[in-house]
Design a protein around this ligand. Structure first.
Ligand SMILES: [Zn+2]
Length: 316
């Protein structure tokens, strides 16, 4: 990226998209910084001295560098896409009780939160792209509404993505709820015994698209339950079962020995909203740190196959 673009990119990253986005989409209340990964129990298990690590770009001597950045637990994984009332209402079951993966409503709320965050993230990325576009136009003394830049095209692309996430949410969650039905979801639940709380994630990603351009894909949540047990839940619409299972065959087909490794690889390839325990990261070699970051960054724009390497197992 040219220096000037990097400066604009860094400046635009400070811009938030703040709007409450409940199922009805008609709320004007002020959004709060809602956690997509629960603070009270989950981040509490992962944090070291009040901090967790998240992958972030950092500006170093005019260059953008991907790193695992220290983030205060109160800011980690937050998004400004819900007001306090809707945040409390929508995730009441999982925020007021310990997570119980046998409960349908718990699994649904976890998945719904991942979808909510993804929709907000795309809207926010669009907002940031537009801020860059306006800065570029200002420099060129051009009318932002009459000018096309790379940033304005990115703005359009992000808004299109946000809309496909909205359609996913509407079809698989909001509409069934309006009709008094439970959403027709399927889940792969991976219980990890003897697993220290080192990693948590909340994400929606696409494994493909329908002919109409709708998202085919699951949500992935990784939740440490206590000092010795974590759980991963992959949730997807029942009608997408065959395609999701085929796309994620390595995870669905993994045996006990390879499961954590395949899951870790999936996180590096497809998930951007995850947190790591700083104390855990401290135990990694320099080589492991740079390999994980390199493969994560390489998969950011477009997911790609990652060559196998034992160091990719970030649960270890
Ligand atoms: Zn609201």
């Amino acid at each position: 990226m040219p220096k000037e673009d990097i400066r604009l990119f860094a400046k635009a990253q400070k811009k938030d998209y703040a709007r409450c986005l409940p199922p009805s989409m008609d709320c004007d209340e002020e959004p709060i910084r809602a956690h997509s990964i629960q603070n009270a129990r989950v981040l509490d298990l992962i944090q070291t001295d009040g901090h967790v690590l998240m992958p972030r770009y950092k500006l170093v001597k005019g260059e953008l560098l991907m790193e695992f950045a220290k983030v205060g637990r109160n800011d980690a994984s937050t998004f400004t896409g819900l007001c306090s009332k809707h945040d409390t209402e929508l995730f009441k079951a999982i925020d007021t009780n310990p997570l119980d993966v046998d409960k349908c409503e718990h699994r649904r709320q976890l998945a719904y939160r991942s979808v909510m965050r993804e929709m907000h993230t795309e809207l926010e990325n669009g907002e940031r792209a537009w801020a860059m576009h306006e800065e570029i136009c200002k420099g060129q003394k051009a009318d932002p509404n009459e000018t096309v830049t790379k940033a304005s095209l990115l703005y359009v692309a992000c808004n299109k993505k946000a809309h496909t996430v909205y359609r996913y949410r509407r079809r698989h969650f909001d509409k069934p709820a309006e009709e008094g039905k439970a959403p027709d979801l399927r889940h792969l639940i991976i219980e990890m015994d003897n697993q220290k709380p080192v990693l948590a994630a909340s994400s929606l990603f696409s494994t493909g698209f329908t002919e109409q351009g709708d998202i085919i894909g699951p949500t992935l949540n990784i939740v440490p339950l206590d000092e010795n047990k974590s759980v991963a839940i992959i949730s997807y619409p029942a009608e997408q079962t065959a395609t999701v299972k085929t796309s994620l065959a390595k995870v669905f087909g993994a045996d006990e020995k390879t499961l954590k490794y395949e899951l870790a690889k999936l996180v590096i390839q497809r998930v951007e909203n995850f947190v790591l325990s700083p104390a855990h990261h401290d135990t990694w070699s320099e080589d492991k740190r740079s390999l994980v970051l390199r493969e994560f960054e390489a998969s950011l724009a477009e997911p790609k196959e990652i060559p196998d390497h034992a160091d990719l197992n970030i649960f270890l």
